[in-house]
Design a protein around this ligand. Structure first.
Ligand SMILES: [Fe+2]
Ligand SMILES: [Fe+2]
Length: 266
C-alpha cells in the first residue's frame, strides 16, 4: 500500500508558507510516499515561475509532481520548463498544444510507478476546451499496463462535471479529485471499491479572503469591475489536501482522508 498526498491550489506566498508547514505535519503524521500539488496559483495567485517550480521540487518542499489549470501560462517562463517530467498541464485545454503534456509517468522513492494526469472542465470555464472525458480515455490508453497507480486532477468549476468524470473513470483510475474552486468539499468516497474521489481539494492558502484573493479588492472588483491591488490575501492560513491509500499491485484505493491543518497548529 502506498499513500499519495494531493494538495489543493497553493495560493501565492501565503500559500507557500501554509504548504511548507502543512507538509511538515503531514509527513510527520502520515508519511506520504508521493506528493502532488496544484501549482497554478503559486506565483502571486497567477501561474508558476521557473524559480518557484525549482524550489517546489527541491528537497526544501519535496513535491513530486505539480498539476496546473487555467492559469498555467500566466507566467511566460513556463515555456522554459513545461517539458519537465514533474509539471503537468491540463491536456484538453484550448491552449495546450500537445495532449501528452497532461500525462506524466513517475515513480515513488520506493519504486512504485505512478501516472499523473491533468484535465480541465468545459462548464463555466474560459475557452473552448475539448472533452475531459475523451481526453482522459486517450491518456489512459497511453499508460502502460504495469503502471497501476493512476491519479487524475480535474480542474473545473462545476461540481457536477467533476463528479461526472469521477464516476466515468470509476474502476479505471486510483483517484480522481477536483481543483480550481478553492473551496474544499467533504464528499470524499470510493467509487466501485477502486477510485478514491473528492469534488474539490480546497485551497492551501489564506482563508480570510475571497477564494484566496484580498477581500476588499475582490469585492470591489465584483461590484464595480475595477481591478485594483488584486493580490492574494494574507491571513487565516490553512493547508488543505487529501490522502489516498492505494494498493500498488491492483491500483485500487482503499482509503481517502481529508487533511486540513491550520498552520497555527503546526
Ligand atoms: Fe486555482
Ligand atoms: Fe483554476
Amino acid at each position: 500500500m502506498i499513500r499519495v498526498l494531493a494538495v489543493g491550489d497553493v495560493m501565492g506566498r501565503p500559500g507557500r508558507l501554509a504548504l511548507i508547514k502543512g507538509l511538515e505535519r503531514a509527513r510527520a503524521e502520515f508519511s506520504p510516499d508521493f506528493v502532488i500539488m496544484n501549482g497554478e496559483n503559486v506565483a502571486g495567485g497567477f501561474g508558476i515561475t521557473k524559480k518557484l517550480f525549482e524550489e517546489l521540487i527541491s528537497p526544501t518542499f519535496g513535491i513530486d509532481c505539480i498539476t496546473t489549470g487555467n492559469h498555467w501560462m500566466d507566467k511566460k517562463d513556463i515555456y522554459e520548463f513545461r517539458d519537465h517530467p514533474r509539471i503537468v498541464l491540463p491536456a484538453n485545454m484550448y491552449n495546450v498544444d500537445e495532449p501528452s503534456r497532461g500525462l506524466r509517468l513517475l515513480e515513488t522513492k520506493g519504486g512504485v510507478r505512478i501516472a499523473v494526469m491533468n484535465v480541465i472542465g468545459k462548464v463555466f470555464m474560459k475557452g473552448d476546451n475539448s472533452s475531459p472525458y475523451d481526453m482522459a480515455d486517450k491518456m489512459l490508453g497511453l499508460v502502460p499496463s504495469y503502471c497501476k497507480v493512476r491519479i487524475l486532477d480535474i480542474h473545473a468549476e462545476a461540481t457536477s462535471e467533476k463528479q461526472g468524470l469521477g464516476q466515468y473513470l470509476a474502476g479505471r483510475v486510483s483517484a480522481v479529485y477536483g481543483t480550481h474552486s478553492h473551496v474544499p468539499t467533504i464528499d470524499e468516497r470510493i467509487f466501485k471499491k477502486h477510485t478514491g474521489f473528492v469534488t474539490d481539494l480546497g485551497m492551501t492558502g489564506p482563508y480570510d479572503s475571497v477564494i484566496g484573493m484580498d477581500t476588499a479588492s475582490a469585492v470591489q472588483r465584483m461590484r464595480t469591475g475595477e481591478r485594483k491591488n488584486f493580490e492574494p490575501a494574507k491571513n487565516d492560513l490553512w493547508f488543505y489536501g487529501m490522502l489516498f491509500e492505494i494498493n500498488e499491485d491492483s491500483g485500487a484505493c482503499s482509503g481517502v482522508q481529508r487533511l486540513r491543518f491550520s498552520i497555527k497548529d503546526s
